[in-house]
Design a protein around this ligand. Structure first.
Ligand SMILES: [Ca+2]
Length: 555
């Protein structure tokens, strides 16, 4: 067998390292054990890299070679773990921590520093001053489960089959916490998971947590004041005390204080439920901050929708300010514990929300406009970019996030990951501005009402540092110059004056799709290809006792 890229040892010595690794990693997941049971003859070539990479067209899921890639990724991560020193204690002194704050349905413009004249987000404004604001960050498939699956795997929805809500992400997928576990990290998860697909309030046992060890999670709820969760391996449902984000923050502060003295690196993901609707359930003291009549609405909200939008925005902004308060508490804890300097803090969201923009009624997403498909993305890591913040124009899509974090942590990037390591943009915010970030609606199921019904269509799109370009099945659909037209009100698609730009963007979109092996077909094709029992425009049932649906590629 050829040795892996990081292995300086012979095949025999690698076998010994492998044996050592197996004895060291007694707590490793059932998934890694499965890798160990796969014959070594599957290990054929180096598949790890410290360099930024974009994988070639992925093999289909049914191809055994893909299993071998995944197995090899696990082996190489373990080899790296063994060869990097004498164990986790050594790694702990060098590796940064990760605090990943994921909101649900937070529009990218709904932050004070980003120009929203209505919302109050003093703590995010502080984070933007001290960190990097990625202003062209896109949700790869702007709805809940697809984003979360891509965040955890670093892979595209058309590669994992995770493009519908309430699907179960197969345990065989190599995920963020499993990779970090092998690099010596403790891994905590608090809040909304939504990639388990076994019912929205069901207990999620350890083997379905994709590598997280500390667990205060629930699949999906929007009852923020009576919000269920499960703690560790206890299958008894508990309720967060009061407004869930506040209680989750308190729990996370305890985690941070404990880890500060542990001598081990950690990654903590807090996935807040708000500001996802219902908006009226936001805490009263935050709703009092906002008056419907005082809001200044963007010009892309049609007059017919303004009354309902004003009403929804009271609670929406109240949820935002409440979460902003949580973020302030967490930043303070990082300061108090001395963790701030060596902790990568990310604030982002799974997607935005329409809130009337372009005639799409509130409480929806999936459509390709900025309000739904672009996300907030703030990253603070003083060790890499220094004490000051900056705006980053480099476009980013969800699968890029995991390899970027791994790159910042000095953890080898498994070949299964399809996104690009953009950690160079953290060290040099002007890096790689000329790239295209792919995002898509594979089999959308939004309920946009009569005004927006025609917008509920499959699409493939790219964001560059200046333009948004979107194709539907009939051809070019949208083209915006986001610098000149940030509200996306002047569609240049098929306009003679934009012909040269469109030709270039179209070629770049095709190039991105080619990398993914995606021919862009009708949504029902992907539903059938991945074996789902669902109709185009519909979703997977999450009623109690509905069958679990997990993507299994049929060819
Ligand atoms: Ca969501």
């Amino acid at each position: 067998m050829q040795r892996p890229a990081r292995g300086r040892a012979t095949g025999q010595a690698f076998g010994e390292m492998f044996s050592d690794a197996a004895s060291l990693l007694e707590r490793q997941t059932a998934q890694v054990r499965r890798w160990l049971s796969i014959p070594r003859s599957f290990v054929t070539s180096p598949h790890m890299s410290h360099q930024p990479l974009v994988s070639s067209v992925p093999a289909p899921a049914s191809n055994p070679r893909r299993l071998s890639l995944r197995m090899l990724a696990g082996l190489c991560v373990m080899a790296g773990f063994v060869t990097s020193g004498s164990g986790a204690a050594h790694a702990a002194t060098a590796k940064p921590n990760i605090l990943y704050l994921l909101a649900d349905e937070w529009r990218p413009m709904a932050m004070g520093f980003a120009g929203d004249p209505n919302v109050q987000t003093p703590n995010l404004d502080r984070l933007a001053k001290e960190g990097l604001h990625y202003r062209n960050a896109m949700s790869v498939c702007p709805v809940c489960t697809p984003h979360r699956a891509a965040l955890m795997t670093g892979r595209f929805p058309t590669s994992t089959g995770m493009f519908l809500n309430d699907a179960y992400l197969p345990s065989e997928e190599l995920c963020m916490a499993e990779i970090l576990e092998q690099a010596g990290y403790d891994r905590g998860f608090i809040g909304k998971w939504h990639i388990d697909g076994h019912g929205r309030e069901s207990f999620i046992p350890r083997e379905r947590r994709q590598g997280f060890d500390y667990w205060k999670g629930n699949e999906c709820t929007h009852t923020y004041n009576h919000s269920p969760y499960y703690s560790g391996d206890d299958p008894e449902k508990k309720l967060w005390d009061g407004y869930d984000a506040f209680a989750q923050t308190k729990d996370a502060q305890g985690y941070l204080k404990e880890k500060a003295g542990s001598g081990r690196p950690f990654a903590l993901v807090i996935a807040f439920g708000p500001p996802h609707f219902p908006h009226a359930t936001a805490p009263d003291e935050y709703k009092k901050l906002y008056q419907a009549a005082e809001f200044k609405l963007a010009a892309n909200v049609p007059a017919t929708m303004q009354a309902v939008v004003r009403q929804e925005l009271i609670g929406y902004y109240a949820h935002c300010t409440a979460i902003d308060h949580c973020i302030g508490e967490l930043l303070q804890t990082l300061d108090d514990t001395g963790l701030a300097e060596n902790t990568i803090v990310v604030f982002s969201a799974d997607h935005g929300e329409t809130m009337g923009a372009h005639g799409n009624k509130p409480a929806q997403k999936q459509v390709p406009w900025d309000e739904a498909a672009r996300v907030p993305f703030l990253l603070r890591y003083p060790g890499a970019h220094g004490p000051k913040g900056a705006t980053v124009k480099t476009p980013l899509t969800t699968p890029d996030i995991l390899p970027t974090l791994l790159g910042l942590c000095g953890v080898p990037i498994p070949k299964s990951i399809e996104g690009t390591d953009l950690s160079a943009t953290v060290r040099d915010p002007g890096f790689a501005e000329d790239r295209a970030a792919l995002y898509e609606g594979v089999a959308p199921f939004a309920n946009l009402g009569p005004e927006g019904a025609a917008n509920n269509r499959g699409y493939r799109a790219i964001r560059t540092s200046r333009y948004t370009y979107v194709r539907d099945l009939d051809g070019p659909w949208l083209l915006y110059d986001d610098e000149a037209d940030p509200l996306q009100m002047n569609n240049l698609a098929n306009k003679p004056e934009a012909a040269a730009v469109q030709k270039d963007l179209d070629a770049r979109l095709r190039e991105e799709l080619k990398k993914r092996g995606d021919e862009f077909r009708d949504g029902q094709y992907y539903i059938d290809l991945w074996g789902y029992d669902a109709k185009l425009g519909g979703s997977i049932s999450y009623r109690i006792n509905a069958p679990v649906q997990s993507p299994r590629r049929r060819q």
